[in-house]
Design a binder for this molecule. Sequence first.
Ligand SMILES: C[S@@+](CC[C@H](N)C(=O)[O-])C[C@H]1O[C@@H](n2cnc3c(N)ncnc32)[C@H](O)[C@@H]1O
Length: 372
Amino acid sequence: MSDHDKHLRQLIDRMTASGSLRSQPWKDAAAAVPRHEFLRNGFFRVVDGTSPTAWAPVREGGEGWLEACYTDESLVTQIAGTIKPTDIRGEILREPTSSSTLPSLVLRMLEDLEVQPGMQVLEIGTGTGYSTAVLCARLGDDHVTSIEYDEEVALRAREALSRLDTYPNLLIGDGLQGGDQGTLYDRIIATCAVRTVPTVWLEHTRPGGQILTTIGGWLHASELVRLTVHEDGTASGPALGGQVSFMLARPHQAPPLGMLPDLSAGREREAIIGADVLDEWTTRFVAQFAVPTVQRLKLQNGQHNEDVFVDTETASFAALRHEDGRWIVRQGGPDPLWDAVEEQLGRWHAAGTPAVEEATIRVTPAGQSIHW
Ligand SMILES: C[S@@+](CC[C@H](N)C(=O)[O-])C[C@H]1O[C@@H](n2cnc3c(N)ncnc32)[C@H](O)[C@@H]1O
């Protein structure tokens, strides 16, 4: 048995023991796909003790390369939208833009996708092509379409897939616009997160079909949701839990904050809910539905530290400070952002702060919402 076969078998055993790999058909599919084939251009590892995080390249055949390909970790394969590991020596401090998702999450999601043989699946975010290959191993190449935003990433995935004699329908473009025009898919699975589920995905899914995607946002909390598409063109379904997080789809990434609105203007009142509640993941996830285009920053204002929430689209803001044991909020611009957060969290508190797995997410052409 070759070294990589041994590593692959161990990885499958670990994913089975942890419960991410649950059924024989997906075990067989995972066993058919050597992950290192998708990492021949290398990956970036975190340089220990750096802040902001620095990344250093690990090339094919370099120390620890093969072992790392079979660890259950996400491996960053592109930084700053263009840079691959073979492009640099030394370290780089920019943001990752493409990666090979940790195998246990790939397999957990494929299990959660509830596919049956014969179904047509659209994957958003081909990345290295690893998850595409596992889908093909289970369903057959003719049943898999995968779309990647970044042309170079897509071409590298095509090369890796063809080395394994795997030829799905690979598209290059913005997966937020769906797949092939006129095709209805049984399943859509996204391996990048979205801020709002695009309604075109509902149009590209057969009624009764499902969309499995992570909903994320600019308050930095995300969850995996499984939506069933209904005859009336809406979709709904549960959040599946686990604080699943992916890089946001490129067109959904937060814009630079740029010039802030005048934060000294605005009306003050005592806040019912303090800004510190948003330090907690699920609270942020729930709040994000009320203020989906808001970003948070911390600023010093006189002797006070303020938590500032800004909507760059409308130039609305809410600035909160903790003073003499109470929270004071100052809001400016057309939308009272903190009123919206308090109303949303108030509904969640009134329902007894249920776990995210008890929530239903609804998507209609008018937008998305969370319910208990
Ligand atoms: C986490 S990686 C995908 C991992 C991949 N499934 C794998 O196993 O290697 C996310 C990918 O989504 C891509 N992406 C981001 N926005 C996209 C969009 N709007 N349409 C299609 N792909 C997108 C990124 O370029 C990136 O390659």
